[in-house]
Ligand binder design. Structure first.
Ligand code: 16G
Length: 259
């Protein structure tokens, strides 16, 4: 991790000091946070570069410790910085930008970014779920293979994924070891199933205790809740329903809008 040259931190503090507007109705912590965020987004502060400490902000800007702490804490919650115990606060890697235009798998998405995809299996079982069946437009008795996995990029947990796959269309899937393996590839290669399209929803959420634990984030941290209903190549036959919880501090979804 490249700690920045001490002079770089001094120059940064000087810049912040000049731009801070004490007459503004915007709280000081918020101004400091925004000034740092802008520099991170403009690339003036590079990933893994050290930010000023609470103490340095306090002394150089003449603000209270609370103000300095809050500015850094909010940047951390929003995923712009990370902290290391006893070492300081550093600029985080940019969020993963995920397009919502194509039906891709987690494995494909991570490979496209040069990251190593992974999956840790938490639980696999054959079961019925009337609500899921109803969402898929199926009879309540429909059997599913429910696969719950933590998805990893370069070993770092990014999402908690619960997939309900129709058991009738992929017999024996429950016996497959999906650790570090692609579900879509298995559907394609072992079951000769072609995926056609999916309907997906996105909403905001806060990490529950369990989600926080497996994603290694604080309880209550913002997450993105995504549901995907995927159909086979005919566009009509539902194959999977997936509920995923993505780390809000690592993900950004991109859609192109046309007029
Ligand atoms: C993505 C899909 C999920 C699918 C999985 C397959 C979202 C929100 N979800 O995570 O529905 O089951 O990819 O990935 O994008 P795999 O083939 O790598 O196991």
């Amino acid at each position: 991790m490249a700690a920045s040259h001490p002079h770089a931190v001094d120059a940064l503090l000087e810049g912040l000091g000049r731009e801070l507007d004490r007459a503004s109705p915007l709280p000081l912590y918020y101004q400091i946070k925004e000034l740092l965020r802008e520099r991170i987004e403009r690339g003036e502060l590079r990933p893994h570069e050290r930010l000023p400490s609470e103490n340095e902000l306090e002394r150089a800007l003449g603000v209270s410790r609370m103000t300095a702490r809050r500015a850094l804490a909010e940047l951390e919650t929003e995923g712009y910085v990370y902290r290391e115990q006893g070492r300081g606060t550093f600029v985080a890697e940019p969020k993963l930008r995920q397009s919502l235009l194509r039906l891709t798998s987690f494995t494909e998405d991570m490979r496209a970014r040069g990251l190593r995809p992974g999956a840790r299996v938490l639980d696999v079982r054959v079961m019925r779920d009337e609500r899921v069946a109803a969402r898929m437009g199926l009879e309540p008795e429909e059997a599913f293979v429910r696969v719950r996995r933590v998805r990893l990029a370069d070993g770092q947990p990014l999402a908690l994924e619960t997939a309900y796959v129709r058991a009738a269309l992929c017999p024996g899937l429950e016996a497959e070891d999906l650790t570090d393996r692609s579900l879509y590839q298995t559907l394609r290669e072992r079951y000769k199933l072609q995926l056609g399209r999916a309907e997906q929803t996105l909403e905001a959420g806060a990490a529950t205790e369990f989600e926080a634990q497996v994603l290694r984030i604080p309880v209550g941290q913002p997450v993105l809740l995504i549901e995907r209903l995927t159909f086979l190549g005919d566009g009509r036959t539902p194959i999977e329903f997936v509920r995923s919880v993505y780390r809000g501090d690592r993900y950004k979804f991109v859609v192109e809008l046309r007029r």
